[in-house]
Design a protein around this ligand. Structure first.
Ligand SMILES: Cc1cc2nc3c(=O)[nH]c(=O)nc-3n(C[C@H](O)[C@H](O)[C@H](O)COP(=O)(O)OP(=O)(O)OC[C@H]3O[C@@H](n4cnc5c(N)ncnc54)[C@H](O)[C@@H]3O)c2cc1C
Length: 361
């Protein structure tokens, strides 16, 4: 029987970054993943933005998350000898006069460290509707998630710690101190299954409030914006090079399938037309389900009835920013018993008085 510290189920952003964080702490791991089960991490534009646009306030914990992100992704680029993490200037054309007034006010508040104080009358590009001027977010950027995940998949495979299969819950058994899956004995199984956790017999009780997202890849032949920019006005427009752009994303709470829809396409087309004056051609459309949570905080911790089962999930709309910090925190918890932030610990639902079905089946 093979003996390891942790089995990690899922190789999306959560499972990948947690696995690498534990490997760096000299823990032995096995990642089990069937990529066809959930698309979210691979199709995400991978944007990170320290500011919530609607209210122009700092994104939750942005000051702590950004340095941690920088450190993790820079280390990963070095390890894998590949560039996938980029700083970008997130350009915000103002849609209304009030938006510009609010920006001018917020520049002098705490969030101001992430807002450029300069407002331009025009963006460099004549093809954009921006009669009210533009400014930009500082410290934003994006992760090429598909490349990042592929590189780590190869890395885990080369290091003999990847198993490509759908995890079979019927093959789990427990001894006093260990959990056994098939012929592998581990200290814990950590489930990082994204929205698929709704089908997990141990953790399906967690209060997800899932959100479907659709995203387009478009060709805009005469739209020349430098790769260092991302535009954001109702939708984001992320340059991929060669006149190709990612445009997204939609938010849908009722249809929770990973199928693309005409409705999603029309919504994004319509929003894109409000930002740019040029014709464009849709070359791809993708859909995924974000693991969003009722109280909008990650879901991390140990099952209250079986300490060999753990979950690392609920990264919602912000996996790129949240995961590196909380992977560090969860590793500290697992290895050194340092308590988790109460806002992310799943224990908050054990004590909330919310009636949740959490019996082991
Ligand atoms: C359209 C869209 C755009 C987005 N844009 C952004 C963005 O710009 N920036 C950002 O930060 N976030 C964005 N997100 C959110 C981001 O994708 C999520 O926060 C993140 O991907 C969640 O990662 P995860 O690893 O928890 O889940 P997932 O990505 O769902 O990964 C779970 C993995 O586990 C596998 N799996 C599940 N169950 C099993 C099982 N039983 N056995 C084996 N394998 C299993 C799945 O196949 C998958 O590989 C976007 C999401 C969508 C849908």
């Amino acid at each position: 029987m093979k003996q390891i510290n942790y089995i990690i189920v899922g190789q999306g952003l959560a499972g990948t970054i947690l696995a690498q964080t534990l490997l760096k702490q000299n823990k032995s791991i096995l990642v089990i993943d069937e990529p066809a089960l959930s698309n979210a991490s691979r199709i995400a534009a991978g944007l990170y933005n320290p500011v919530v646009f609607k209210r122009l306030v700092k994104s939750w914990m942005a000051d702590e998350l950004i340095p941690c992100m920088d450190e993790f992704y820079a280390g990963a680029e070095k390890l894998l000898n590949q560039k996938f993490y980029f700083k970008k200037r997130i350009v915000k054309p103002f849609a209304e006069e009030q938006e510009r007034t609010l920006w001018e006010k917020k520049v002098n508040e705490e969030v101001g460290r992430y807002l450029s104080a300069i407002i331009f009358d025009h963006f460099q590009n004549e093809s954009i509707h921006n009669p009210l001027g533009v400014s930009e977010i500082l410290e934003g950027g994006n992760l090429n998630t598909a490349l990042f995940l592929n590189c780590f998949r190869n890395y885990f495979s080369q290091n003999d710690c990847l198993l490509e299969e759908t995890f079979d819950y019927n093959r789990v058994s427990f001894s006093e101190n260990k959990v056994v899956y098939k012929d592998i004995e581990a200290d814990k199984i950590i489930f990082c299954e994204g929205y698929k956790t709704i089908d997990n017999p141990y953790f399906s009780w967690l209060p997800f409030k899932l959100t479907k997202g659709e995203i387009l890849t478009v060709k805009i032949p005469d739209f020349k914006i430098d790769d260092e920019f991302v535009l954001n006005k109702g939708v984001f427009i992320l340059p991929l090079g060669n006149n190709i752009y990612k445009v997204g994303a939609t938010y849908e709470w009722n249809d929770l399938t990973e199928k693309t829809t005409e409705k999603g396409k029309l919504e994004l087309e319509d929003k894109l037309k409000k930002v740019i004056k040029l014709p464009f051609e849709i070359i791809d459309q993708q859909a995924g389900i974000r693991p969003t949570v009722l109280d909008r905080r990650p879901l991390i911790g140990i099952h209250s009835e079986n300490n060999k089962l753990a979950v690392f999930n609920g990264m919602g709309t912000k996996g790129v920013m949240l995961v590196p910090h909380f992977a560090n925190q969860f590793a500290d918890f697992l290895i050194n018993n340092i308590p988790l932030n109460k806002e992310v610990d799943i224990d908050r639902f054990n004590k909330s008085g919310v009636k949740l079905e959490r019996r082991l089946s």
